[in-house]
Design a protein around this ligand. Structure first.
Ligand code: ARG
Length: 459
């Protein structure tokens, strides 16, 4: 018989159980469920609802239940529909009727919301640690390639020279925002629903502030009706995961492109490449494709759960049970992706020679326009003139730097012999030294700021 069986003359249908039961996945919340119950038993004792020895018996029993889960000796019974009912059923078996006093004034509605917030808070901490590892890997790799000039692209077309360090660091800042998002999501998570009861609050004189603090929350929830159905924290975390995965996916896409032999800018370590069962020459970057592929699933978890939330009436509804598998899956996926990306970056080989060989002079077209601007031409006209130079060079099948001065001067009389200085890739990058630019000087400062942020974060 289930814990709520009193009102029912018949046991639940088997098919209903398969749909309704959540123990198959929510047993992952056992540690949080028991921590929440221990804190609640103490709060009941402080409120005079439980005698001290009753609370002690309950706490000891709960610890024993947890030990059974830890040792994998817990036996699930048919009526254990979720982790909350399973723990309470076993508690009563172990300590007798006094165990039945634990749920006084409590509902699974405030219980599950509390458990899942606790679980999510430690999930955020784990995820933040993994993110930090990747950020460190990016900074370390960038530091070795501050002067390594490569083509930068917009629309996947050669645009302007940048450096490999600048490319890698661009992802550091995306991940830094992901880290921020996790931190702010965690703040909103740290609100304790326990004591909200089923929806209306508790008639017991429970000190919800000290109950919240004893569990590591910052404060108790403000409104019991909101507290039992608020899953914003789940959506926050699903979003933080989905966006972080989108960043990983973009980095993966660059790695896939740059490791293609047509670019050959980088190569992946054997340990992070895969082969083909048929074509012996293949070195595929399957893990990077999985970064991209699994991002779709993380976005799906977010949009699926938002769809679950959007039509819910006030109070707890069983739809909310859908929160767990989505978040478990997103977290599980992230904890697979992040370490592989970190190791891929750490072991990435960057081929400065191939990057240098890919530097085509069209990447310096902007520099040529800037040259004319320095000679006093308004930028718009300079842009037009360099366009004409490019067209003429194509007609003559010449590189920009091979264009005779007379040809250049026929387009703009401002061209002079010193134009030769504009055809220098390293110089082009070095000029972009304003804050946040690709110049080695600016990148060194960027790295210093990145390291400062990493040092400020707890390990
Ligand atoms: N397994 C449920 C969930 O995950 C626990 C809460 C059940 N509450 C209820 N009133 N049926 O949401």
């Amino acid at each position: 018989m289930s814990l709520w069986g009193g009102r029912f003359a018949e046991p639940s249908d088997e098919d209903l159980r398969r749909l309704n039961d959540s123990i198959g996945f929510d047993r992952a919340l056992v540690a949080e469920d028991i921590a929440g119950s221990i804190a609640y038993a103490k709060a009941l004792a402080a409120a005079g609802v439980l005698a001290t020895d009753e609370a002690s018996a309950i706490v000891a029993g709960l610890k024993q239940v947890l030990a059974e889960f830890d040792k994998d000796t817990f036996t699930r019974m048919p009526a254990d529909e979720d982790i909350h009912t399973a723990v309470e059923r076993r508690l009563i078996e172990l300590v007798g009727d006094v165990g039945g006093k634990l749920h006084t004034g409590r509902s699974r509605n405030d219980q599950v919301a509390t458990d899942f917030r606790l679980w999510s808070m430690s999930a955020v901490d784990r995820l933040a640690g993994d993110l930090r590892q990747l950020q460190r890997a990016l900074v370390a790799k960038a530091e070795q390639h501050i002067d390594c000039v490569m083509p930068g692209y917009t629309h996947m077309q050669p645009a302007q020279p940048i450096t490999a360090a600048h490319w890698l660091l661009s992802f550091f800042w995306m991940l830094e925002r992901d880290t921020d998002r996790l931190a702010s999501a965690r703040e909103r998570m740290a609100v304790c629903p326990l004591g909200a009861g089923a929806l209306a609050g508790t008639p017991l004189s429970i000190d919800r502030h000290s109950l919240a603090n004893s569990l590591g929350f910052a404060r108790p929830s403000e409104n019991s009706l909101d507290a039992v159905s608020d899953r914003d924290f789940v959506a926050d975390l699903l979003y933080a995961c989905a966006l972080c995965a989108a960043h990983l996916s973009r980095l993966a896409e660059d790695i896939l492109n740059y490791s293609n032999p047509a670019f050959a800018f980088i190569s992946l370590d054997d340990r992070y490449s895969t082969g083909s069962s048929l074509m012996p020459q293949k070195r595929n970057a399957d893990p990077m494709e999985l970064m991209r592929g699994k991002t779709g699933r993380l976005i799906g978890n977010l949009s699926g759960f938002l769809a679950t939330l959007k039509g819910l009436p006030s109070g707890y509804n069983k739809d909310l049970q859908e929160d767990k598998e989505a978040l478990f899956d997103s977290l599980d996926t992230m904890t697979r992706l992040l370490p592989v990306m970190s190791a891929t970056i750490r072991s990435l080989q960057i081929h400065a020679d191939a990057m240098a060989a890919a530097l085509t002079e069209d990447l310096l077209a902007t520099d040529l326009a800037d040259y004319l601007v320095r000679k006093g031409l308004p930028f718009r006209q300079a842009h037009h003139a360099v366009g004409a130079v490019l067209r003429r060079a194509a007609e003559l099948s010449l590189d920009l730097s091979e264009m005779p001065l007379a040809e250049l001067q026929a387009i703009s009389p401002l061209f002079a012999a010193d134009v030769a200085d504009a055809f220098d890739f390293a110089q082009s990058v070095a000029q972009r030294r304003a804050y946040g630019g690709a110049a080695p000087d600016a990148v060194r400062e960027q790295i210093a700021r990145a390291k400062q942020l990493l040092a400020g974060q707890n390990e």
